[in-house]
Unconditional design. Structure first.
Length: 164
């Protein structure tokens, strides 16, 4: 097992987790249930930890794949830039989620703003991390990258003619 493998395994946690956490949070708002809200916040904290691990293993993953055929340095750089923004948003979401958990546990109504901010951050973080994951997938998954860039020597894909 190398860092690229670890990076690929862990990157799915914040992507899928942010989506699941957001679904749980919306359900908590609909049911007005603080315990369900706390569950969503715990999911966000785990996602933030996963995002930190994913970012930390990114450089090692880059070293593993940078010389493989079909890997574009520009795709890796774009992914890396987006990953920094996603990491910041996920850390902010994780920290605010901890504040939200504290607010629920202590029943502190002074921190009510935290819940609205967490909802906004969760939407932003989910979109950011999904975009970053998509960019990362384009590094080696030619089926989601530009078709002409995925073909050897920039050959155009075969098109069946209507002349048959």
């Amino acid at each position: 097992m190398n860092t690229a493998y670890i990076h690929l395994m862990i990157t799915h946690l914040p992507i899928i987790g942010a989506f699941i956490g957001l679904l749980i949070l919306v359900f908590a708002y609909l049911k007005k249930d603080a315990n369900v809200k706390m569950a969503a916040y715990l999911v966000f904290v785990v996602c933030a930890i996963g995002a930190c691990i994913a970012y930390a293993t990114g450089e090692g993953a880059e070293e593993v794949v940078e010389n493989l055929p079909g890997v574009l340095k520009s795709a890796m750089e774009t992914h890396e830039d987006a990953a920094m923004y996603s990491l910041i948003s996920m850390i902010a979401l994780g920290v605010m989620s901890i504040i939200g958990i504290i607010q629920i546990r202590w029943n502190n109504s002074k921190l009510i703003f935290a819940h609205k901010l967490i909802l906004i951050l969760s939407l932003w973080s989910m979109a950011s991390i999904a975009y970053t994951g998509n960019l990362g997938g384009k590094i080696r998954h030619t089926e989601i990258a530009n078709t002409s860039a995925a073909l050897p020597n920039n050959e155009q894909p075969n098109k069946e003619s209507d002349e048959d």
